[in-house]
Design a binder for this molecule. Structure first.
Ligand code: GSH
Length: 207
């Protein structure tokens, strides 16, 4: 039994749904978070005391933190596929960019996203949006330089490390904000469009 808790327009839920598609894993999904609520219910908090989505349940095992879920799924279900490389250095590079997405990219662009897409217009803080857009314009060129030299984050092959990064790139390129010219990111987005999981769960507009 595999169950994923979380609404489909959450960037962190998208990662897990896309990973399941890459790994050909079936699951039941339950809407939670945002307008669906549930995340403060005692039963949900017993699974994730942070009250956040996504949560994965697999045969009685419960896991939260989207990137940890990807690593777990890769380890248990993806080792023969190349999606979660056996080679320590290739895996470390995938890991590195997964952490960069959480700690650097999301920290930079997240505040603008929350203001623009999760905050009613009358409560928006333009200064927060401006600072976030400026910070995103500083950090995404780091990824741009890497993707100008490599088709995927860990090198020549798509890995699970491309899932958090692909989700962040889609959002950044499709938010209605000013951005520097980032041709390698645009080409990466085009490459990812060939993957059904990206098309189905990520390249669906920003909401
Ligand atoms: N670091 C966590 C962040 C989880 C998180 O912030 N989830 C958001 C959605 S992207 C959430 O649960 N928000 C509350 C809600 O949707 O009600 C992860 O990667 O899983």
């Amino acid at each position: 039994m595999r169950r994923i808790w979380g609404r489909t327009n959450s960037i962190n839920v998208m990662k897990v749904l896309w990973a399941c598609e890459e790994l050909a894993l079936t699951y039941e999904r339950i809407d939670a978070g945002g307008p669906f609520g549930r995340v403060k219910d005692p039963e949900f908090l017993a699974m994730n005391p942070n009250g956040l989505i996504p949560v994965l349940e697999e045969d009685g095992f419960v896991l939260w933190e989207s990137n940890a879920i990807l690593r777990y799924l890769g380890e248990v279900h993806g080792t023969g596929s190349g999606l979660w490389p056996r080679d320590a250095r290739a895996r470390a590079l995938a890991d590195q960019w997964m952490d960069w997405q959480q700690t650097t990219a999301q920290a930079a662009m997240g505040p603008a996203f929350v203001q623009m897409f999760r905050t009613p217009p009358e409560r928006r803080d333009e200064a927060v949006i401006r600072r976030s857009v400026e910070r995103a314009a500083e950090v995404f060129p780091v990824l741009e330089a890497h993707l100008a030299r490599h088709p995927f984050v860990a090198g020549d092959r798509f890995t699970l490390g491309d899932i958090p990064i692909g989700c962040a790139v889609y959002r950044y390129l499709h938010m209605p904000i000013a951005r520097p010219d980032l041709p390698a990111l645009a080409a990466y987005h085009e490459r990812l469009l060939a993957r059904p999981g990206y098309m189905r769960h990520v390249a669906v507009g920003v909401s």
